[in-house]
Ligand binder design. Sequence first.
Ligand code: ATP
Ligand code: MG
Length: 508
Amino acid sequence: MLSVTSLSKTFPGVRALDGVDFTARAGEVHALIGENGAGKSTLIKVLTGVYRPDPDAGELTYDGAPVSFATPLDAQHAGISTIYQEVNLVPLMSVARNLFLGREPRNRLGLIDFRRMHREADAALRELGVRVDVQRPLRELGVGAQQMVALARAVSVDAKVVIMDEPTSSLEPREVRTLFGVIRMLRERGIAVVYVSHRLDELYEVCDVVTVLRDGKVVHTGNLADLDRLALVSLMLGRPVGDVQDEGLTKFSGEHDAAAEPVLRADELTARHQLHGVSLEVRPGEVVGLGGLLGSGRSETAKAIAGALPTDSGRVLVAGAPVRTGSTPAAIRAGISLLPEDRKAEGIVPGLSVRENIALAALPGLSRFGLVDEARIDRIVDTFVERLRIKTAGPHQKVGELSGGNQQKVLLARWLAMNPKVLLLDEPTRGIDIGAKAEVQKLIDELADDGLGVLLISSDMEELIEGSDRVVVLKDGAVVAELTGDAVTEDRLMRAIAATPAEGKHVE
Ligand SMILES: Nc1ncnc2c1ncn2[C@@H]1O[C@H](COP(=O)(O)OP(=O)(O)OP(=O)(O)O)[C@@H](O)[C@H]1O
Ligand SMILES: [Mg+2]
């Protein structure tokens, strides 16, 4: 249905794609995988007219005929529907408007037929199990719900090819199920689906074929069933299966002293309509997971601890000393770092360099008498670029030019560079490849050895379970359960999350 041969794409200083052959067939779900910066998004953008391939490097064929798309809209009109990694919706416009952008239903006078648009948007979302007021601005929705809107938009057009660049990174298990249902339906209708994800387990559920990119080159294409997970990771990283196995690439290994004085204590945190007396403790070296559904109060808890959400009552203590609540500067001074969930709105500054983005939060501490210690910043930046394997042309490259996963790593570096005592991570490895995930986790382990305490929020069940020593489960803004040690299993967690507060109140 859609294919390309010997495609290359060069950016100043980077060869993002190098002689790539790729074919998406009708009725087939094609996984596209590779490390952060391997070239996945770039390939998708060349296929859909966002980027031009290098001159004389890349023959595009669509539905049996050679084509070239001048703009993404051309590709869309031709029947290629794409969910880009960076949600390209308009935050201030209504949900319905976003769903129909560029193809709004119109009345006889040529004006937008709002009533029909709202009705149809509502129906399209309901079909995906999403119930929202479609007249609200999109930005009032959580990141996960926004992704569902993008999905509804992508499948509501009559497409022959549907391309999804990390559609599940912010979805909950239930929404992921819905998405997979949609993908299977698309396959049955004979549509070609291209699917990019770093969650390897998911690939095996819905994909038929896999193409692995490494440093802009295709290193493997074939049936997914012929490769196990280990083989896949080893192809991605370009390292022998044995090495990959030895490193047990997804595990935290942190040890901590269960009797130690907590480094973080939250006491009965209450915020109207959002938190109803949340209490928890994190000991040095401990990684405490926060479980719960969307809207259960996980992000709100993290924000309240970090002073970013005003509280009505309750206390926060770091290493036994009370911290003034409701003040971000006070929290930062006390050693609390928060990596926020909505990084587009609250984090990355695309126009600034990698160096500036990393140093941003640490700057006040790196200046003396108004002078910035440039050499020290260089050292910090170099260290994190190396440790987190941030793929960049150099510290002065604009962050907006990095791949999605590498932007994420830059933000993580910013908060780690603060040398915090308490690190609150809201979806820290969203979009990060499996190799880098291991690096991030190793780094957290090392910091934990120095007494750091970590509070981890993740909608990736596997990450939450494997990454946490203990999981505190929230529901409707209150703690309903706590799982420790061997009790931290997917089954127990799912049950605790689903339980009502009254029957779920148990501590194991
Ligand atoms: N507009 C741009 N300007 C300069 N370099 C770019 C640009 N877009 C991408 N690159 C570079 O091309 C390479 C491939 O990036 P791409 O976004 O395709 O990676 P990816 O496989 O999608 O990674 P991720 O898993 O992190 O999303 C990276 O080194 C990136 O920095
Ligand atoms: Mg990408």
